[in-house]
Design a protein around this ligand. Structure first.
Ligand code: ATP
Length: 616
């Protein structure tokens, strides 16, 4: 005997076709779905066991169950070209090869397989009819392996397409001479692409691997299903995730606020900060780092492959806890301004992926998920467990490495409050996550991650031009500058042409402008700000609601001020402002340099707008 190199050997070159057919026969005869599945599973388990022993030194072999699978699910086969052979053609080949007289009873049975008089109970089933005709003419036991059968079927398909009848005949002859009648029956069904064994495609896939059907639906490749999912214990989402190879991160689904509670199964959920930067996956193994973008592009040259190079790695390498050897993190790469201690928004026009070294901004990585730690994969752990690992992973460092925050919530009202706060912090929305969600690369719909943003429905509300009458100092990072503005509308003067003399406070706005614009506005307003002391309110022409609600830190005489254009989702009732209403999710769109302070919106116009909005 010549020893065969195990790595070279395909399991299908050893497994007899008879074994496959005996299994199919068993499935066909078994009663009930579970019994059918059990028989298929036994065959599959034996195959897998044999596969593991043959390929024990080559775990990455491309050999797989595919040669058998393509015969079990011939309707899913895309690799082999169509046979182009129907029952009638096959019958003629058989008659010719077996040397049957044209009008002999057996020849007629095959040709008129649909007629009940000839075929008794098997009428209409060509394979079953053929079985009876072939029973005494075929060898009792077949001698082909699964690989040989596939080779012969390939030959039939290609030669039939090339109209090479003689070769087709030769292959069919070979099959007839080397298979039993029972095997012929299954072969015919394979050629006709319908096995009729009482177990459908979904059933076969389910026994093979819990993700088989999903993967087949996206790839349409039985071969890929069999190779990628050869180990039933390894789930599809984990297969995609491995150290130093790119994968597509999980995505969020944009949904209206009204849908949040239902999507979260009316259970507790997380509200996370939505960072405005570039999605980036960090892969780390000891001193080696790699960074991949959402599309799988490698940005390691920018952020640094080692602790001594790049715009990020040198600053974060020492932050990791000593137990962390390897990990894969998911997060957002943002630009951070160390002077203002603020995260820049993408609208501020910079590209974190290609930032020059002398830029004022530094690279900061905001981490919100972990997919692998010291070789252990987490894609199938629920988010609530993954975030536990995140908490113990590194020590955050200001302006370089940030641990994304999350808070628990249950209701739409909590989401609205959080969204208001986010808009106020000049963020564009929130990310809401289901704590039980697993990590599915590239998945958006039904992933358990939601994006909520203010709903600026076009046309539902016009933009408003209001005058700035007050300012609020920023909190934390922006405490040294005015970061929010109090805006007002004018009481229309009695006589046309006259300038307004009274103003009603209307809304507070803190987002929508870039830091540069904020700075420029600050420069222009700076000389005119005066302190607003709530206990000793100044005498002004700005009217507040009772109790001086939403009193600013500083105020400005409207005559010295600017008109700004604001966009919002809707007008809502509010007792915090003199107008009795305010804007939800206001965004400062631009400074209206073309308008005078006296050209701002009036109370009458605001009333019209409210009525209009109610009508819509
Ligand atoms: P999408 O990325 O969903 O195709 P998009 O590019 O327009 O759409 P957004 O709708 O602005 O992006 O928001 C989704 C993106 O928000 C995510 O792709 C991710 O990069 C980013 N993101 C920021 N913070 C988080 C967070 N805490 N969790 C998940 N994603 C976040």
């Amino acid at each position: 005997l010549i020893p065969i190199s195990a790595a070279m050997m395909a399991v299908s070159a050893t497994v007899p076709f008879t074994h496959l057919c005996t299994m199919l026969e068993g499935v066909d005869r078994a009663k009930g779905k579970d019994n059918k599945k059990k028989i298929f599973k036994e065959f599959l388990d034996k195959w897998r066991e044999f596969h593991n022993s043959v390929h024990k030194d080559d775990p990455n072999t491309e050999d797989s169950f595919y040669p058998a699978m393509r015969l079990i699910l011939p309707q899913c086969e895309r690799e082999r070209i169509a046979y182009g052979i129907k029952e009638f053609t096959l019958a003629k080949y058989y008659i010719e090869i077996l040397g049957l007289a044209k009008d002999s009873p057996d020849a007629l049975k095959l040709l008129k397989y649909r007629a009940p008089s000839h075929a008794k109970g098997e009428a209409g089933d060509f394979a079953a009819v053929a079985y009876f005709v072939l029973k005494n003419r075929c060898p009792e036991k077949g001698s082909l392996t699964i690989q040989e059968v596939n080779d012969l079927l390939d030959s039939i398909a290609t030669n039939n397409a090339a109209k090479n009848k003689e070769e087709v005949r030769r292959s069919i002859l070979k099959l007839l001479r080397s298979t039993s009648a029972m095997e012929q029956k299954w072969l015919i069904r394979m050629i006709m692409k319908e096995l009729k064994m009482g177990m459908n495609q979904a059933g076969v896939f389910a026994v093979f691997h819990p993700d088989a059907e999903d993967l087949f639906n996206v790839t349409n490749s039985l071969a890929k299903v069999c190779i990628d999912l050869r180990d039933p214990r390894v789930r599809l989402n984990e297969i995609a995730i491995s150290l130093f190879s790119p994968f597509k991160p999980m995505l969020g689904q944009r949904i209206p606020l009204d849908g949040v509670e239902k999507e979260m199964h009316h259970e507790m959920f997380y509200i996370e900060t939505k960072f405005d930067g570039e999605r980036m996956l960090l892969h780390k193994d000891g001193d080696t780092y790699k960074y991949f973008s959402r599309s799988g592009k490698d940005y390691t040259h920018q952020f640094g492959a080692h602790p001594l190079e790049g715009s990020l790695t040198p600053y974060i390498h020492n932050c990791f806890a000593s137990h962390v050897k390897s990990c894969i993190l998911d997060g957002e790469m943002v630009g951070y301004n160390p002077q203002t201690k603020a995260i820049m928004s993408k609208g501020d026009k910079f590209d974190i992926k290609n930032m020059a070294e002398d830029s004022d901004l530094q690279t900061m990585y905001c981490v919100f998920d972990i997919l692998l730690l010291n070789g252990q994969k987490f894609a199938n752990s629920p988010l609530r467990e993954r975030v536990d690992y995140l908490d113990k992973l590194f020590t955050p460092i200001e302006g370089r490495l940030l641990l994304g925050d999350r808070k628990d919530a249950r209701t739409k009202a909590e989401v609205i409050d959080a969204l208001n706060e986010a808009i106020d912090r000049r963020e564009e929305g929130l990310v809401i996550k289901y704590p039980g969600s697993k990590y599915a690369p590239d998945k958006r719909k039904g992933s358990g991650w939601l994006k909520v943003k203010p709903e600026y429905v076009d046309g539902l509300m016009d933009q408003v031009d209001v005058v700035i009458v007050g300012g609020y100092f920023g909190k934390g990072r922006r405490s040294h500058m005015i970061s929010h503005f109090l805006c007002a509308v004018a009481v229309q003067p009695n006589t046309p042409g006259e300038k307004p003399a009274l103003f009603h406070t209307f809304c507070r706005v803190g987002s929508g402008y870039t830091l540069k614009e904020l700075y420029q506005m600050g420069q222009r307003l700076h000389p005119h700000w005066r302190v607003f002391d709530k206990k000793k309110p100044p005498k002004t022409n700005i009217l507040f609601p009772s109790g001086y609600k939403e009193a600013p830190d500083v105020w400005i005489d409207p005559e010295q001020s600017l008109v700004v254009q604001i966009k919002a989702a809707e007008i809502i009732e509010s007792d915090k402002f003199k107008t009795g209403c305010t804007l939800r999710f206001p965004r400062l769109e631009k400074v209206r340099d073309d308008k005078e302070w006296s050209d701002c919106m009036t109370l009458d116009e605001l009333d019209d707008m409210r009525k209009n909005a109610e009508g819509k």
